[in-house]
Design a protein around this ligand. Structure first.
Ligand code: PLP
Ligand code: COI
Length: 348
């Protein structure tokens, strides 16, 4: 294999050895299998193509400074997939099967786990979707669960901790008040695609969604959760239509460890001007600082832009949180919480 320059990687599909899959037909799971064929053969009436019975997860395998490979809180991903599948009323692998298939995928793609220090990691994408042929609107009875992997770098393409800009999504919602925003469904992302295209065309890196009922408070970015720092306090929205981020949950623990007060509460748009540091956080984006949020409000007289500005370097508290979290994932900081799961090399 040609040496790969992982330091140039962004968040994309890069070929690996293959994928791991299993099917649940008539309530019985098949034995997980590995294949180097990335193409699936599915019935064209499979529900996934029509009514989107599809949910997924995202987690990373990190090669640490000690050369050992760690998965970060895979049990949390298993639980969240189960809650997404329950929302869609479809079968789901249990936690043991979920974790075993993730481990199998890492081991089968072992040589693609980027070396320590490159800023890259092996991203795992477990996806669960309905495969039985159907035409009426019904939940899927039969499903396929696939775990695939890609060795990725920075989500935005920028170097880590380099701030980017965001815009409030005034014309498009990501999730309805009593909708599916709190679950990791493919359908939620479909809703954000057009709005993201517009935001990117305007030069923004990120799109910050508001609550759909009143458009008065902050929910989350389309890729990640929102958190801010103010007067020694870690503030993040509390809403059933925000995806319960495992990164955010972990950062709240680390913030408490650093003596910060942690608040999960409603954040009204006006409060944006009082924050000292603003970030997006998630598996793909890790912690990405935001240096400006624009709010483009359309009035009869035209559009006015209100700008909320933050430092154009990562704030000191956010940077400290970043290094502690990444340190735990990379084995350079003590994993006080037992968050990491070691994966043995396939040769062991
Ligand atoms: N919010 C959205 C919409 C996401 O897509 C993600 C990514 O998974 C997150 C938040 C962050 O979640 P996690 O930290 O579990 O990756
Ligand atoms: C992740 O962070 O794992 C996600 O699924 C977010 C997605 C935008 C890539």
């Amino acid at each position: 294999m040609e040496p790969i320059d992982y330091s140039k990687r962004t968040f994309n599909f890069y070929p690996t050895n293959g994928i791991v899959f299993a099917k649940c037909i008539d309530g019985r799971w098949t034995k997980p299998e590995f294949t180097n064929d990335f193409n699936l053969t599915l019935h064209c009436f499979a529900g996934v193509f029509h009514y989107a019975p599809s949910c997924f997860e995202g987690l990373k395998a990190y090669r640490g400074a000690d050369d050992r490979v760690r998965l970060f809180r895979p049990d949390e991903n298993a639980k969240r997939l189960e809650s997404s599948a329950r929302y869609l009323d479809m079968p789901c692998p249990n936690m043991e099967m979920f974790i075993d298939m993730c481990v199998m995928c890492v081991q089968e793609n072992w040589e693609y786990i980027p070396p320590y220090g490159t800023g890259a990691s092996l991203y795992l994408r477990p996806v669960l979707f309905g495969i039985n042929p159907q035409l009426g609107i019904k939940s899927a009875n039969d499903v396929m669960f696939v775990v695939m992997a890609s060795a990725v770098g920075s989500y935005s393409g920028a170097k880590s901790l380099v701030p980017g800009t965001a815009v409030l999504s005034r014309n498009y919602d990501r999730a309805a008040t009593y909708g599916s925003g709190g679950y990791k469904l493919g359908a939620n992302y479909a809703q954000s695609l057009h709005a993201y295209n517009l935001a990117h065309r305007m030069g923004y890196r990120e799109l910050l969604f508001l609550d759909s009922a009143t458009h008065s408070h902050i929910e989350e970015f389309g890729t990640s959760n929102f958190f801010a720092i103010k007067h020694g306090c870690y503030v993040t929205p509390n809403s059933p239509s925000v995806l319960p981020s495992i990164t955010n949950k972990s950062l709240r623990k680390v913030a408490e460890e650093f003596g910060l007060k942690v608040e999960r509460r409603t954040i009204f748009i006006d409060e944006l001007e009082t924050f000292e540091e603003v970030n997006s956080c998630g598996t793909a984006v890790v912690i990405t600082p935001i240096c400006r949020i624009d709010d483009k409000v359309t009035l009869e007289s035209g559009t006015i832009t209100c700008e909320y500005k933050y430092p154009d370097v990562c704030g000191p508290i956010s940077e400290k949180l970043y290094h502690r979290l990444l340190g735990i994932q990379m084995g350079t900081e003590e994993d006080t919480y037992g968050w990491c799961m070691f994966v043995n090399s396939p040769k062991e």
